[in-house]
Design a protein around this ligand. Structure first.
Ligand code: ADP
Ligand code: MG
Length: 696
């Protein structure tokens, strides 16, 4: 009995073709392996039998023991239902079924003793339970211990497949297969004191005690995270050993001249550390694949610039890609100014670059006279060719698809070094999983002298005080952003909000000029409006989230976010990063409607408590789960964690990563006999998914 993943579920006692189809379609269970790995999502204590008089509102699932007194059907057609009066001697409750009425009337009898299991709810002062699990009571199937509750669908319940059914099937399977081969090498199981696989599977489905359940969970979480890490790290290692990179051996005149004569401020320690990491990578002879995380305003641009100088010192060109034209232009303005001072030619390529200019730039790239090219990815991707492209910097990575990264790869025979910069902090656990093959650098320090932004939560009835604050700042010569949500599902309503908001702002702040920017405008109009604001020709910018990424107007000191309750934490954080770029006190005002859920209030409060992007990202992940965190959806990885949770299992993840690293250090190709099982597991779990990690 070797490959449980090779045995069709329909061969299991109690399944058969019809149920097999249901299990396939409803739960994705096709094989023995799938069933064993279909873990309960929670557990209830079935040793406890409640009395009806003990029931409380909001109780979770409970067990009652008693007799059905009467059965009554009511209603017609779809509204038809069966209500039974159930008594345990202390009181009575209603038990209600909406389907399979005939079947139930035939199976359950009045007078016999049953144990029913379900969630009580209170209706008109009287308890009822809808669709409980029902079992005949007999002294030898005395309920005991913890019992798993499985995620099931309505369709399955209608076909009377309950948690009890799944349990029975798992039991049948365990009886039948007896031996289940271990999936982890003995050294790992012993070294990390993990519960052996069979014991863990038995306990996850049929916990013998809370303690054993805990150990079973740990083992299965470890296994899952270990395999993910092993898979990612194996590619990273493979690439490191096989793919050669340009060897940037020198720090030369460009860099030194810049460092001593041009650099307008001392670097922060974090910037220095990151530059050392980048230098080590590019000097190693291997291709750099580095993710640079740094909060908004932490100074990533200068790191990109200085990395480009290292490339230039070694005779290579750099390409910097930005997600929007505005951002590309801003980068160009600052980098070309700095570049000119050390004799570097920097060029900008965007959708609005004229044909003649474009031709000049193309020629300059081919003859090597252009050292740094900055542009939007749309422009750079297709037609551009370089003489000696040595470094690619991608700004604001999460806007960048995997496929786009892949195209870069094709621009050279030798892969250029890649530096990916993102201002969306990603919790470490997630980074290790999503970007596990990239080396990660973090700028965890803001340049000195910044006043932390003051974040204030306000409700509609505080509008007057908010307007007052805005007015004061405008009178001080500052500028103001006002952002409205524009979210697809509710587009019409949002649109109305936005236009009314714009009118309101114009009417309220008559002495000042207002720019208006939204996603449906022509890029040229948008740019024009943004430029008016950047030049302080307009003092207020009313916008949808198009301003989210990267614009830099240091004179702006107020960010008002309307309907803040509708934004995610990371997005609020990005928006807030637009202010606080100068030396003066800046404000972020979150306007919310008063009726919000506790969770939403918590989210907004976190914003008022911290400006640390990593804390915010952690909180976002805790509140919403990793699947929703920006960057993971677009990254193209199937996130198939069944039991591990990246928000709460960071410790296990660390252990698992260490274990995977240790194994790959000793046996990079997993050729040792005791590692054969790992190769099998990797095939089993990862062959179907896209191998995104090769593309970078
Ligand atoms: P981001 O990481 O968001 O891209 P930028 O690179 O745009 O941040 O930097 C934000 C601002 O901080 C810029 O005006 C930049 O010149 C300035 N800056 C960067 N590094 C330092 C530093 N070490 N000291 C002072 N100011 C700095
Ligand atoms: Mg930036």
């Amino acid at each position: 009995m070797s490959k449980l993943s090779g045995i069709d579920i329909k061969f299991l006692t109690g399944v058969g073709p019809k149920r097999a189809e249901l299990l396939n379609k409803q739960l994705g269970i096709y094989t023995y392996e799938d069933l064993l790995r279909y873990y309960p999502f929670r557990y209830v204590d079935r040793s406890r039998i409640y009395r009806i008089t003990e029931l409380q509102p909001d109780m979770p699932y409970v067990q009652l023991k008693g007799r059905f007194v009467t059965f009554n059907t009511q209603g017609e057609g779809a509204k038809r239902r069966l209500t039974a009066l159930f008594s345990d001697g202390t009181a009575t409750i209603d038990v209600v079924w909406f389907n399979r009425i005939k079947h139930i009337q035939e199976s359950y009898r009045t007078g016999e003793e049953y144990v029913i299991f379900g969630k009580p709810s209170l209706f008109n002062g009287y308890y009822n339970i809808v669709h409980p699990e029902v079992e005949r009571f007999s002294p030898d199937n005395e309920p005991h211990g913890l019992r798993g509750v499985y995620n099931l669908t309505e369709t399955l319940r209608n076909k009377s497949i309950t948690s009890r059914t799944i349990q029975q099937l798992v039991q049948n399977l365990l009886d039948k297969v007896g031996y289940i081969p271990e999936t982890l090498p003995a050294s790992v199981v012993e070294g990390y004191r993990l519960m052996p696989l069979r014991e863990a599977l038995v306990n996850i489905h049929f916990p013998q005690s809370l303690d054993l359940l805990q150990k079973a969970k740990e083992r299965l979480k470890f296994e899952e995270l270990f395999l993910v890490q092993l898979n990612i790290l194996r590619y990273a290692k493979g690439r490191n050993s096989k793919i050669r990179g340009f060897h940037f051996s020198r720090i030369g005149d460009y860099f030194n001249n810049f460092y001593h004569n041009v650099l307008p401020f001392p670097l922060t320690d974090a910037q220095k550390r990151v530059l050392r990491e980048i230098r080590a990578d590019m000097g190693s002879g291997r291709q750099m694949n580095r993710l640079l995380q740094g909060d908004v305003g932490s100074g990533k641009t200068i790191v990109a610039m200085m990395s480009a100088l290292m490339a230039a010192d070694n005779g290579y060109q750099t390409c910097i890609m930005a997600p929007t034209e505005i951002l590309a232009t801003q980068h160009y303005e600052s980098l070309s100014r700095m570049g000119a001072q050390v004799g570097l030619r920097v060029e900008l390529l965007t959708g609005s670059t004229r044909k003649s200019r474009r031709d000049e730039i193309h020629a300059g790239l081919l003859d090597g006279s252009v050292h740094i090219l900055i542009g939007t990815h749309a422009v750079i991707e297709d037609t551009v060719e370089f003489a000696r492209l040595g470094l690619v910097v991608i700004d604001e990575q999460h806007r960048f698809g995997v496929a786009q990264r892949a195209k870069l790869w094709n621009k050279n025979t030798t892969a250029p070094h890649v530096l990916v910069m993102t201002a969306t902090p990603i919790p470490r656990t997630l980074a290790m999983t999503v970007y596990g093959d990239l080396d990660v650098s973090v700028i965890d320090q803001l340049p000195p002298g910044r006043k932390p932004i003051l974040t204030i939560l306000k409700y509609e009835n505080n509008r007057a005080s908010v307007n007052k604050l805005i007015y004061e700042q405008l009178l001080l010569g500052r500028q103001v952003y006002i952002v409205y949500p524009l979210i697809q599902e509710n587009e019409k309503l949002d649109w109305k909000n936005l236009e009314e908001g714009y009118q309101y702002v114009c009417d309220t702040f008559r002495d000042f000029r207002v720019s208006f920017v939204h996603g449906k405008m022509k890029p040229a109009d948008k740019d024009y409006q943004m430029q008016l604001f950047a030049a302080n020709e307009t003092q207020i910018l009313v916008a949808t989230t198009v301003i989210e990424v990267g614009v830099n107007v240091p004179n702006a000191s107020v960010m008002v976010i309307e309907n803040a309750e509708r934004f995610g934490l990371s997005q609020l954080h990005q928006l807030r990063g637009r202010v606080g770029r100068g030396a003066d006190q800046s404000f972020c005002i979150l306007m919310s409607k008063p009726q919000i859920t506790k969770e939403t209030r918590r989210r907004l409060e976190i914003m008022t408590e911290t400006t640390d992007g990593f804390r915010i990202a952690e909180a976002d992940m805790q509140l919403r789960g990793p699947g929703d965190i920006e960057g993971t959806m677009q990254s193209g990885i199937a996130f198939n964690l069944k039991i591990a949770n990246l928000a709460s299992d960071g410790q296990i993840l660390n252990l698992a990563r260490n274990a995977a690293t240790a194994i790959l250090d000793r046996d990079p190709d997993l050729t040792a006999p005791e590692h054969r099982v790992l190769i099998e597991q990797l095939h089993l779990h990862f062959d179907k998914t896209v191998n995104w990690s090769r593309i970078s």
